[in-house]
Design a protein around this ligand. Sequence first.
Ligand code: ADP
Ligand code: ZN
Length: 730
Amino acid sequence: MRGLVAEVAVAAPLDKPLSYLVEKALADSLRIGMRVKVPLGRRTAIGYVIAIRSGETDRLKPLLEVLGEEPLFPSGMVELLRRAADYYQYPLGEVIRTALPVGLSTGNEASVLMESHYQPAPKDGEPRGPRQRTLLAHLRRVSCASRTDLLALFPGCHASLKALVGQGFVLEEQRERLRDPFADLPPVADVRLAMTEAQKQVFAEVEQAMHAGGFAPMLLHGVTGSGKTEIYLRSIEKVLQAGRQALVLVPEIALTPQLVSRFRSRFAGDRVCLAVLHSGLSAGERFDAWRSVARGDVDIVIGARSAVFAPLGRLGMIVVDEEHESSYKQGDGFRYHARDLALMRGQMEGALVLLGSATPALTTFYRARQGKLAYLSLPERVLDRPLPDVELIDLGRERPEGILAQPLKQALLANLERGEQSLLLLNRRGFAPYLLCADCGNALRCPHCDITLTFYLSQKVLRCNYCDYRQPPPEQCPTCHGAALLPEGAGTERLEQELRDLLPTARIARMDRDTTGRKGAHQSLVTAMENRSIDVLVGTQMVAKGLDFPGVTLVGVAQTDNLLNLPDFRAAERTFTLLTQVAGRAGRGERPGRVYVQTYAPEHFSLACCARHDYLAFAREELRLRQELGYPPFGFLAHCVFSGTDRQQVESMAESLAEGLADAAIGLGVEILGPAPCPLARLRGKNRYQILLKAPLRPPLRHLLAHLARLRRILPRAVILTVDVDPLDM
Ligand code: ADP
Ligand code: ZN
């Protein structure tokens, strides 16, 4: 028999979407993009409708239930989701589940929030009580208000409201309340800046691409403080004028409050609806924001990584700010890169894609050099502000007693005396990364991971930064029972302490994951920096990210060697990027900035190039090295990690699959490296082995990954295989 068939991507690890019969009762309401309940074996599962067609229905099971009344994504997005699933070798249903906000992905429905709204009734006259009269006057003025708003304006007005409704002066109605997730961000006054000549030129190129129409991928390479944001704002204005929508991706909303504020103040006034999607939202807030986007009510979406899937139906432009940021890559499950998907999406929807950075990822820069992206450049800061002077301090020569060497200490003292602000970066949390036994030299290690425990002095605790295992510091060394356990190395806590000794009168604050855990804590540090009620801010990478503090004139980097020595082919790129970004925080205001970088390797090219502000020289040298080794952008990688509790079993399964891959790889030119223990060979109690696939071209790599998808079926349940296409962390 023929009938209506729905193709459903079930949120389960399946290779393919499944077909279900759509019974008459559901046929009218069913649309692509809807969430449904379907039978799967002996249980039921949640899935997403990706196609509806007529076809043979004899062997099909019926779809059980349609969840919700509206599609969660437009049908135009199905192709993007499919291609993403295919590219990253991940089940389509799981891809869609990752793309949707939590609460929608599981069976638990995030609720629609209903609330009483009040309107003046068409009844003449005035109520008696003065409170009631004020309330009614207000309602007549605004014509409708929610209970929450009224209670905020007129505290304790419950009784008066009730009386007004009772007397027929006011009508009460239940309406859906859209939760406003960013209502409490402080507004900034928007100044519409007259563009500099350089900005005008860049903007003209963007406009030209818009006129030409269609997919236009562009890299905006602009040094720190060159005014990239103004380009984003103006371009989006144009996009909206043309009746299309814009998507703005930022690395992490919580860490970029200033950018979000600038967007809000530029657009939120002019009846432009702007939605912010990010992980700090409650399930309900996300649900609200998502649905208003899906309905077409939103013109601009700002969000972190997963917002690349925002269900905009008339997308005209995607901005990816700080496109080099590694937080655009999802680290578990569906391991996609939001920038790469933004390009994919832009291509499919004929949109402009603007990637902005002062330190483009090398892969992005190379694409631009190949002509796959237009290259726009803002090589100077606005208003003739100079880039800061960068000085490298050779720790081998200076041999500081504590963390800070003399030149940096002096600069900090002088800066404080001048009343200017300083920023210090140390990319390690806690007091010290090791607690070391002075007698036997052993460091205390995590019992579940292959890593030393970090010592936190303030909480008197040892903590694993991977699995969060905690224990009190022992009295004696567990190996030799010696009593001299000493904190070795430096973390932000220790640096803060050293600074308090050096600058007893200074107002010092620390910004890292430990001090910003509470909601609003990061924002209050940002505000305090803006108000200049902090003299010195110490912190991890967090202080390097996209913040604009005009009062900062001195930046110090406490150490670089742990960055340079990471066992990762991207170590040099990471170092260059982080240092250039943090240096870029100095001298953004009227006074010029200086930067001191402490290092044992002052001759390293990534430091030397950073000191000269020479991205191009860095890229040239680093690209040469990558080409020699066949690493991205000259080769393509897939990283396979096997993990399980039984080390031998994990190892032997990794070996079997490697052999199977080797057979299939003959003649393909794909290198199979490993299996070998991962650099972090034990993590959260699991033993880990890795295989790295490396290919000069993408098609053979994809071919081999497809083969791996078949091979992996032989794995026992106890061994988990994760595949990471275009890995960033290995
Ligand atoms: P980037 O993102 O490139 O680091 P921003 O967009 O944050 O730079 O701009 C840096 C600073 O320069 C901001 O304080 C911004 O207000 C200011 N700015 C940008 N464009 C102009 C302009 N045309 N005239 C004056 N100031 C500008
Ligand atoms: Zn651990």
